[in-house]
Structure formats: C-alpha cells, structure tokens
Design a binder for this molecule. Structure first.
Ligand code: F6R
Length: 610
C-alpha cells in the first residue's frame, strides 16, 4: 500500500509540490521515498531508503528542476526497503520512469522474458518490469508513442496497480492507469495531479476525478484525458468538488482509522491472495521437513497462530504448537533445538517478546521463519525465510486488517503444505482454494449488510458490564480475538473460552441478561455441540448473540440477537469472515461510549519492551 503522486504545472518546479504531497501520503508507506522530474528533456531522479524527512535532509527533494514529475512513498512488498528498491524505477535507457502502487503477480515470468531480451534489472521489485516492458514495446514498434506502449504493457500485467509514467521521449505529459489500486486526479488552476488518494493534492485543489479500474489517464498542465484501456474509448467524467478537510481526507471520510481499516479488508485480502508463491513454497518446504513447529506471537497475532494450528492440523496433518511469545522462553526455552522450527508472526516485526523468543530459539540453532507486515523489520532480518502479509500500514492501534491478512497467508501456507503432502483430495483442495478466492467478496458482503445491524447491537448492549465470547475448534481463536478487540477498544471486561470449557467453571458467572456471543459456523463438526452450549447458557438467562450463517434457523431461533454471514464458508477458513462482526462490535461499542477507538489508553501500536 504505497503512495504515488504526479504533478505537471504550467509554471514552476514540480519537485517541492511532489515532496509536500508525498508527506501527506506518508501514512501509506514510509520505508523509502523517491522523486523523478524531467527538465530540458533529461530525467532526474532522487531516491533513498528512510522516512521522507530523513531522505530530504540528506538529498534535498525540493531543488529538482522541471515542471513535470512523479513521486513515491514506499511500503515494501517485493524487495527490502533499500535505495535500489525505492521508486521511481527506470528502463535500461533511463528515459522511461515509473512509480507504482500494487502488486504485479506475473512479474517473475515477465522479468525472465525481459532478461532474456538483455534487459538489466537493478532492483528486486515487481515494479521494475513495467519500464522495461514499455521500453521493449517501443523497441518493437518504433512508430508507437509512449502512451500506446503503456497501454500494450498494461495488457500484459496481471495483479493490481496504480501507476504513473513519465518519459523524456514525450516530456510534457504524465500517463497513469489503474487496476484495483486507488487512483484519483486533481485539477488545479495551473496544474494537474494524480495520486493514490486525494489527501495528497487537497491543499492545492478540491476538484477531483476518480479513476476506475481499466482506465488510462493522460495529464498535461491544463488537460486530463481519460480512456478505457480495453478499447481506447474516451471517458467523460466531470470533476467532483471535495468538501473534506485534510484530516477527513487522510481517513478517506471515515471518522476513525479503525473503521477505515475494517472497511479496507476486502481489498487487503485480495492483495494477500497474491502472497508470493515462491515464499509460500519455501516456507512450506521448511515446515514439511520440521520435526516440531512452534507458532510464536503476541496478542492478535497469537490468535492468528492459534487459528493456524487448526488449519495445519486439518489440512496438512502437521501438529503445531501456538505459544504466547512472552511465555515461550519459560515454556520451551530449554527444549527448543536444532530440529525445532519457529514461525514467528508479528505485524510490526518489532515486538520485543516475539523477538525474544526468536533470539532464544536462534541461539539453540532452531530454524526461524517469519510472517510480518513490515518488510525490513527486525523479524525479516533474523528469519531464514519470511513472507510479507501485504496489508499496508495499519494506523489504528487495534489490529483488524492485519489479523485477517495474517489468517489468509497462513491458510494459503497450510493449503500449500497440504498439496505438498498430498493429504487432502484434489476436489477438496480446489474447493478450499475457490472459497479462499471468494473471501474478499464474502467480507465485503458482511460489511455492507451487517454494519448497521452491529451498530444497533452495540447501542443495545452499550451498558453491559461484561461480555462472554464462545467458539469451538478453530473459532476459539475468533472468540479470543472478539474479546480482545472489545476489551482494548471499548474497555469492556470480557471473557473468552472454548465453548466446551464454559461448563467447567465460567458458566457460574451467568445471570439473567448476561451477553454471550457465540461464533457458529455451519460447516464442520462443531455446530451440533454449539447448539447444546447455547442451550446451557440460555437456560441460565444469558442474552444470546450469535454470529451465524444465513439460513441457520436452529441457532437463530435460540438467539436474542444474531448477525448473519453468507452461506457456504468452510470451517477451516471461517475465522476470517466471522471475526468481521466482532471487529465492528468492538468499534461501535467504543463509539457508543464516546471513546476514540484509534488510540486506546495504555496501548502502543508496536510493543518494543518485554
Ligand atoms: C491488538 C493488537 C496487539 C498486537 C500485539 C502483537 O489489537 O494489536 O495485541 O497484536 O501487540 O503485535 P505484532 O503483531 O506487531 O507483533
């Protein structure tokens, strides 16, 4: 989730405008930054790793000449946050310059093809194939212009992109295009802009044109031309006048980052489904060989690990041990050894407890694998192999989109290992792969249909002094996560247990009106027993709130309140859709109480002390 920006002015230099605009996009990524301009037919580029202010201090991003330019602020996905991986990227001649946000899925094939045609690559990014493809297209069709070459190039890309291209061959334009990644155009008095979101240009203009998937835009200082990529047809779209304040714009009009990030989940899950095959393959090979596997993490990431232990057991027949990182050294520090494999899961990649467990395991010669949202973090440096979860920066302190994307990567990994081990029938594998692909839509539907219902639920239960969350099997993890979200954001004490455990003690708390949330997927073995657990609670006067599949009349009839998710979700994937209503519940409970869900008291986004 990087930020891209482009600017072409009638008068004056573009670079200070680009620099200031990238600062406003810095929340989208901040591990490296770069700007390219064209002046007197020459391309100039400045880029480096580090935060924008740090890079600016070193190489002054404001003194570049030229009225046309593009810039990028990066959140690493392919390739570590190093200078050579920072955007903009160029072709072999240095005349075609590209910034890109998104993921090019087929970049390895394209890169091999281009290398065979003698193109030289300097970065590890997927983006770098784009300028080389444009160059190659122009080489093969010398009568084409850059725009035509961009169109032909785009037709060869699969994946997601918002990209902006400039070229010294045709210096008075910016060409940009979109597929799945956001792109918006700004129309100023004496300049036009393109950006990942309108926050970037809002201080200059409030006239914006939203670009749709499959559209290509050519910007000149006083004109914006939009065409459909597929057939070249011109698109007429009047600019919208934006009334957002800059503060509202950063949150895309949402009142808080947390709700924005909850809403981002369908898109993020699509990104995550593009988790790199190569790394999935490598990681699953390590797991396949392992004698004992520990999943180590804290908080929400631990819940992802707990769910993953069910996935690996059910799909790949691999027993794994999810362990709280803060307990790992005490519990396993003496026994972990050269035959142990540690998969450390950490959104930030900097959590002290997780790194502590990793260090202890490393000293005892265990194999360290990593799953993180922060490529370049300490975890990526200490892991033998790591995989990025592709969620983009999460600003709300409570983990939401990063939880579902961790689950998505872990499910893909379990499926990969299952295929390797030949443990599950091809039909079942195909079915699960299909359902996994459909999850972004499923999550979208839940948000669309159920947000208002959850809001009402939060209003109804806003004064509840305590909550119970119960689930069985893999959804024990969902119950734990629902409880953590409610506690940390809305400050409501909450208890979570595997539903079968409640009668071994916790049920004694139940008295009339006590809210109990049940997570009830239809698929799998847990449904029947859950019905019994609900009855036990109901008999003692609890208020039953169930998260059920559409058409689950049995549980619906026993519930005081229910939230429905779409039918046909395989149990092994169910934590992803079933956690969405729980995230929304925590959010709206906090809002009902007048709390700011983005900054819960006493908590920090990255916990770097033990
Ligand atoms: C809860 C939350 C925390 C983190 C935990 C681990 O919403 O955000 O519980 O999950 O501090 O952080 P990472 O994943 O960065 O290691």
């Amino acid at each position: 989730m990087c930020g891209i920006f482009g600017c072409i002015t009638m008068n004056g230099n573009a670079s200070p405008i680009i620099h200031a605009s990238l600062k406003r996009l810095e929340y989208r990524g901040y591990d490296s930054v770069g700007i390219a301009t064209i002046n007197n037919g020459e391309v100039a580029i400045k880029k480096d790793q580090g935060k924008i202010d740090e890079v600016h201090e070193l190489i002054n991003l404001d003194d570049m000449q030229g009225n046309v330019g593009i810039g990028h602020t990066r959140w690493a996905t392919h390739g570590a946050p190093l200078k050579e991986n920072a955007h903009p990227h160029v072709d072999c001649t240095g005349q075609i310059v590209v910034v890109h946000n998104g993921i090019i899925e087929n970049y390895t094939e394209l890169k091999t093809e281009l290398e065979n045609q003698n193109h030289k690559f300097v970065s590890k990014t997927d983006t770098e194939v784009i300028p080389h493809l444009i160059e190659e297209t122009l080489k093969k069709n010398p009568t084409s212009n850059v725009t035509e070459a961009v169109v032909e190039t785009i037709k060869r890309l699969s994946g997601s992109y918002a990209l902006a291209v400039i070229s010294s061959k045709e210096p008075n334009k910016i060409i940009c295009a979109r597929s799945e990644s956001p792109l918006v155009i700004g129309i100023g008095e004496d300049a036009t802009y393109c950006a990942s979101d309108l926050t970037a240009f809002l201080p200059m203009t409030n006239k914006a044109v939203m670009i749709n998937d499959g559209e290509l835009v050519t910007l000149t200082p006083n004109n914006v031309e939009i065409r459909r990529i597929q057939d070249g047809a011109e698109v007429t779209r009047a600019p919208t006048t934006i009334s957002w304040t800059p503060e509202m714009a950063v949150k895309q009009g949402y009142p808080h980052f947390m709700i924005k990030e909850i809403h981002e989940q369908p898109g993020i899950l699509r990104n995550t489904l593009r988790a790199q095959e190569h790394y999935l393959d490598l990681l699953s090979t390590f797991l396949d060989r392992a004698t004992e596997v520990f999943f180590v993490a804290c908080g929400t990431s631990y819940h992802a690990c707990l769910a993953a232990s069910y996935m690996f057991s059910k799909l790949a027949f691999l027993p794994t041990y999810p362990v709280y990182a803060s307990e790992f050294v005490e519990q396993h520090g003496k026994s972990v050894n050269i035959d142990s494999t540690i998969l450390a899961v950490s959104q930030s990649g900097e959590t002290a407890d997780t790194l502590g467990a990793v260090t202890c395991s490393q000293q005892r010669a265990a194999t360290i694998l990593g799953l993180t949202n922060t490529v370049g973090s300490t975890l990526t440096r200490v892991s033998r192999v790591y995989i990025g979860q592709q969620s983009g920066p999460e600003i709300g302190v409570a983990a939401t989109k990063t939880f579902t994307s961790q689950l998505s990567v872990l499910a893909q990994l379990a499926l990969k290992l299952s295929t390797k081990r030949g443990k599950v029938s091809q039909d079942e594998m195909d079915y699960l792969a299909d359902r996994l692909e459909a999850l972004p839509e499923t999550v979208q539907e839940i948000i669309l249909k159920q947000e208002e219902n959850v809001k009402k639920l939060a209003h109804k239960y806003k004064d509840a002094k305590i909550f119970f969350f119960l689930g069985r099997g893999i959804n024990t993890a969902t119950a734990y996560e629902g409880r953590l979200k409610l506690m940390e954001i809305a400050y409501v004490p909450a208890i979570a247990f595997p539903a079968g455990e409640s009668k071994h003690g916790p049920i004694s708390l139940i008295e009339p009106g006590f809210p109990v949330v049940f997570i009830c997927p239809r698929d799998g073995q847990t449904h029947k027993t859950l019905v019994g657990n609900i009855q036990e609670m109901k008999a003692r006067g609890a208020s039953i709130i169930s998260i059920i599949e559409e058409g689950d009349e049995e549980i619906k009839s026993m519930s005081d309140d229910y939230i429905e998710v779409p039918k046909g979700i395989p149990e092994v994937l169910s934590p992803i859709p079933f956690v969405i209503p729980l995230q929304l519940l925590a959010y709206y409970m906090a809002v009902e109480k007048g709390l700011n869900p983005d900054t819960p008291r006493n908590l920090a986004k990255s916990v770097t002390v033990k």
